[in-house]
Design a protein around this ligand. Structure first.
Ligand SMILES: CC(=O)SCCNC(=O)CCNC(=O)[C@H](O)C(C)(C)COP(=O)(O)OP(=O)(O)OC[C@H]1O[C@@H](n2cnc3c(N)ncnc32)[C@H](O)[C@@H]1OP(=O)(O)O
Ligand SMILES: O=C([O-])CC(=O)C(=O)O
Length: 377
């Protein structure tokens, strides 16, 4: 048997220790620093969870209000970032905007002393990501150079306010906060692992984050929320969805928003965001139809494949019902996951060793080198 046969994609391999998160731990499920995701989603706001991730403990009331003020004061964009965003090609994917924005900020506000600066850099990226995304979005959409400051004290509200140009409803703010909590952290997922690999070479925080954004962009990871929305919108009603999905399964297509590397029965985040999707659909017939299509897809996947929706699936309709354009879905995931990436970057730095596994060689035996003029046509 090949040495790597049963570890393709590092499935089932324990690649290190972490004190940040458990994923699918028997009898426990998903926790952030020991707190159940169900409690955090129901009882905390995203900024509390961001603080928990980046400072190690839940904040007190005064720590939380100071933290929100601190983040609100870090939303502005340097001229160099604005200029870089303005020259991006019109058809740039917003995930590439996030990656480029992080990278350019890293050249202007460099991290030269990790120990002293890492929390400032993490907070700065967290606070300014919505500004970067919305500055670019309005510039591309209408040529407007928007003011990225608002009086909202919450990150989700700041984002929605900049997107729609008006204060979001209380429900919209709560949904965004819950969504950002659900997406904040997930142990050694592909983007976080990427950030740890980069960090382990003693590279800087911005490099780890730009690499992580690249990993999150793909449809097998964070990009699945956008693909799930595209899929849901191809169907006209639940019956059409059932027939269409069965055809896709016959063709052995992968259905985005379903399945998970670690969870085998359910993703505990799914029920929470599904509830929000249903609530936001309200009694609007257009939204109710999309919600019903999603539910039918869920049922057919369960019946036909025994598969369940992951965190990305109902995020699609929840975000859509908040009026968020599909291409902005995965960038919102970036804003949230920055907190998880940050926690892992700090943890890796605190006890670092280069991450460099072995490969099992399966290429040709050693062979003679023929000079170029003797290699034939
Ligand atoms: C927030 C997040 O990042 S959550 C993940 C988001 N990604 C997605 O939703 C993309 C769709 N899902 C998938 O591609 C996978 O389930 C992953 C990437 C999440 C997990 O991948 P892996 O653990 O490597 O599982 P793998 O891809 O090997 O799947 C095992 C089997 O289930 C099937 N399968 C897995 N996911 C799906 C799916 N979404 N639709 C249809 N079949 C699927 C595979 O085809 C494979 O079947 P086979 O054994 O007959 O070849
Ligand atoms: O853990 C994973 O592999 C993917 C995931 O759900 C996440 O990153 O939130």
């Amino acid at each position: 048997m090949s040495k790597t046969e049963n570890t393709a994609g590092l499935a089932g391999v324990t690649a290190g220790k972490t004190a940040i998160c458990t994923v699918g731990k028997k009898g426990v499920g998903l926790t952030y620093r020991g707190y159940l995701i169900e409690d955090l989603a129901a009882k905390a706001e995203f900024e509390e969870v961001a603080y928990l991730m980046l400072y190690g403990e839940l904040p007190t009331q005064s720590q939380l209000s100071d933290y929100k003020k601190r983040l609100a004061g870090m939303r502005g964009l340097p001229d160099g970032v604005k200029t870089a965003l303005e020259v991006l090609p019109r058809d740039t994917h917003p995930m590439d905007v996030m990656r480029t924005g992080a990278s350019v900020l890293g050249t202007i506000e460099q991290e030269n002393d990790a120990e002293k600066q890492q929390n400032d850099v993490a907070d700065r990226l967290l606070a300014s990501f919505p500004s970067m995304l919305m500055y670019w979005y309005h510039f591309v959409e209408s040529g407007k150079r928007i003011d990225v400051d608002t009086d909202d004290d919450k990150i989700g509200a700041h984002f929605l306010h900049l997107l729609h140009g008006e204060k979001p409803s209380e429900d919209a703010i709560k949904c965004m906060s819950t969504s950002l909590i659900l997406y904040a952290e997930h142990e050694f997922n592909a983007s976080t692992f990427t950030s740890r690999v980069i960090t382990a070479t003693l590279s800087d925080f911005y490099s780890a984050v730009t690499g992580a954004i690249g990993a999150l962009r793909g449809p097998l990871h964070g990009g699945a929320n956008e693909k799930a929305m595209e899929l849901i919108q191809t169907f006209k009603d639940p019956d059409d969805a059932e027939a269409g999905l069965k055809k896709m399964l016959e063709n052995k297509e992968k259905i985005m928003g379903f399945g998970h590397r670690v969870y085998k029965k359910e993703d505990p985040r799914n029920g929470i965001i599904k509830e929000w999707s249903k609530r936001l659909a309200g009694d609007d017939p257009y939204k109710q139809n999309l919600y019903a299509i999603s539910e039918r897809l869920e049922q057919v996947m369960l019946d036909e494949k025994g598969m369940f929706p992951n965190a990305d699936f109902y995020h699609a309709t929840a975000y859509h019902f908040l009026g968020i354009p599909t291409q902005l879905f995965t960038p919102i995931f970036v804003i949230s996951r920055l907190t998880g990436w940050g926690a892992h970057i700090f943890e890796q730095r605190a006890d670092n060793r280069l991450i460099r596994p072995n490969a099992e060689y399966v290429g040709p035996e050693v062979r003679d080198f023929r000079p170029i003029d003797q290699r034939g046509a």
